[in-house]
Design a protein around this ligand. Structure first.
Ligand SMILES: O=P(O)(O)O[C@@H]1C[C@H](O)[C@@H](CO)O1
Ligand SMILES: Nc1nc2[nH]cnc2c(=O)[nH]1
Length: 350
């Protein structure tokens, strides 16, 4: 059998692996490169490809920026069949917020590495598991680990799981993230419900929808006004009130930068002038992909650090991922309750 894993290795029928890394296992042992090149040469001097058509197709899919509809459908079928249920709500867990998936009951867990054609998570705080099960009566699917542009994935690949969710039957996307608070009124640990975004990667000419448009997902030129569902924002505000956290909740504008660097003071000043309240490295391309295929979107940022727009020599004012993770851990209970109660409301309405 020929199989593929998500690291781009190709496993052949005799169990050998080919990959591009010098320290990877090789079906060719330690034979000199000249020998191998000669063996693969055809009469016209071109290197002959020894991959089967299936192997080539899988490699193409792994390396392509866009996933064909049929491949997304295959992934969705794999998940729905494996889980034995069809989810209605999709949740993307932000950095350190993986516990949002831990509250799912009767969970069927899929490691990303075992899902055909799925990328792998490479960031600390993103476990790399897809969890399908029940939450407050609804069937949900949660990504414990998302894909970021700075990991080296093209945007279409980063947000490909949103299309998988859609073909699984998901109607609502809940996207969560850890973000730096630029609005001076925001404190560490606050929750900002997103009501709009500034797509900085889009300003630079990058979009998850780049390339040929497949109308089975949505239109070539989707509108993005009203992307963030107002009813869900209002419901979340009511829930926040009844949890007694209304003074730690805001509604604001998020912006996604490419990362992995945190922002300079000059960049933060520019973002603030543009009306940005919180800054991160994700979510926007997922929201674009979700709106393109007409999903209802709810998204929030957990403010894990304050972004000062004043120059300072203080080391403790510099953002760092350990702080991001530790704040997320401390606030996971409130985030889980907010998500669970909103899911309950949606389920009660349907
Ligand atoms: O996945 P999210 O957007 O929650 O993660 C944020 C952005 C970077 O991945 C990381 C930086 O600390 O946290
Ligand atoms: N870009 C960015 N991402 C974050 N994720 C968590 N905090 C931050 C931040 O300050 N900036």
């Amino acid at each position: 059998m020929t199989g593929y894993n998500s690291k781009g290795d190709v496993a052949t029928s005799n169990g050998n692996h080919r990959n591009g890394h010098s320290n990877g296992s090789s079906s060719n042992g330690d034979r000199p490169a000249d020998d191998l090149a000669q063996e693969n040469q055809t009469d016209n001097g071109r290197i002959q490809c020894s991959l089967t058509p299936e192997e080539l197709r899988a490699l193409r899919v792994l390396n392509e920026d866009t996933y064909p509809y049929e491949v997304i459908q295959e992934i969705a079928d794999f998940i729905v069949k494996g889980a034995g249920m069809r989810p209605k709500i999709g949740i993307i867990c932000g950095s350190g917020l993986g516990s949002l998936a831990d509250i799912i009951q009767d969970a069927k867990i899929f490691e990303y590495e075992k899902i055909p054609n799925f990328p792998v998570s490479t960031v600390e705080g993103h476990a790399g598991k897809l969890v399908v099960g029940h939450l407050e009566g609804a069937i949900v699917m949660a990504m414990q680990g998302r894909f970021h542009f700075y990991e080296g994935y093209p945007l279409a690949k980063c947000s490909m799981p949103v299309r998988v969710m859609k073909l699984c039957g998901v109607e609502y996307l809940f996207a969560t993230n850890a973000a730096g608070g630029i609005n001076p009124k925001f404190a560490v640990g606050d929750i900002m419900l997103m009501h709009d975004h500034v797509n900085m990667l889009g300003f630079a000419g990058n979009s998850p929808l780049q390339g040929p448009n497949d109308p089975r997902f949505g239109p070539r030129f989707p509108a993005l006004v009203n992307s963030y569902n107002k009813d869900l924002i209002n419901k979340a505000l009511e829930i926040g009130k009844s949890m007694g956290i209304e003074s730690n909740m805001h509604v604001g504008v998020y912006s996604c930068l490419g990362g992995p660097t945190y922002e300079t003071i000059a960049e933060l000043k520019a973002l603030r002038m543009m009306g940005v309240d919180a800054v991160g490295m994700s979510t926007v391309h997922e929201v674009i992909t979700a709106r393109h295929c007409d999903m209802k979107v709810f998204a929030f940022s957990l403010i894990t650090n304050k972004c000062s727009t004043e120059y300072s020599d203080k080391k403790d004012e510099e953002a760092n991922h350990d702080e991001v993770m530790s704040v997320a851990k401390n606030r996971q209970k409130a985030c889980c309750e907010l998500v669970a109660r909103l899911v309950r409301e949606i389920h009660a309405q349907s």
